[in-house]
Ligand binder design. Structure first.
Ligand code: 5GP
Length: 185
């Protein structure tokens, strides 16, 4: 049986989730990050086995067939999934953070009702649009697609246990740390 607490964090592209999560993980060395498998190519600063397990579509399909995922989902034309083995192994020895989108979050919740679901929201959709447009690495077409996806994700936020607004990275990380301390300690 698992002993650690499972924290599931979702937030739309451009909301600043990875920066917030980095601060959270730095503040609590006991938290383990569940490394997902994905078919999307690595970004320049990403490492295999650290940020993701970067796999081929064929390998991903084999993993689905082998029931190797707690959940998996297609997102913006790529597949993402939470490998069951490493999640259970990490939970045996501590508290775990999953960074996954809402469909995955709800599947995890169905399997593990004690999981704590946290949604990181932008201060407003206008602010999210501004962040996506000024980021410089996203084409106008991609901005539109991400905004549509973000609107849908925002509609799901009522199904989460906590909604934390990322007005300021530091304050947002502190709020999440408070939730974790409250639920895990
Ligand atoms: P990115 O490609 O920007 O790293 O992630 C895109 C989206 O996929 C993010 O919303 C992230 O939370 C989500 N994601 C990452 N890993 C998983 C996973 O294992 N399962 C699901 N369902 N979503 C994931």
């Amino acid at each position: 049986m698992s002993q650690g607490k499972l924290f599931v964090i979702s937030g739309a592209s451009g909301v600043g989730k990875s920066t917030v999560l980095k601060l959270v993980m730095e503040s609590r060395k006991d938290l383990r990050f569940s490394v997902s498998a994905t078919t999307r190519p690595p970004r320049p600063d990403e490492k295999d086995g650290v940020n993701y397990y970067f796999v081929t579509k064929r390998r991903f399909e084999d993993m689905i067939a082998a029931n190797a995922f707690v959940e998996y989902n297609a997102h913006m034309e790529n597949f993402y999934g939470t490998p069951r083995d490493q999640l259970e192994e990490k939970l045996r020895t501590g508290n775990v953070i999953l960074d996954i989108e809402p469909n995955g979050a709800f599947t995890v919740r169905a399997e593990r009702p004690d999981a704590v679901l946290i949604f990181i929201a932008p201060p407003s959709m206008e602010e999210l649009e501004h962040r996506l447009r000024t980021r410089g690495d996203t084409s106008p077409e991609q901005v539109q697609l991400r905004l549509e996806r973000a609107r849908w994700e925002m509609e799901q936020r009522g199904r989460y246990d906590y909604i934390v607004v990322n007005e300021q990275v530091k304050t947002c990380a502190e709020e999440i740390l408070k939730i974790i301390a409250d639920k895990a300690d």
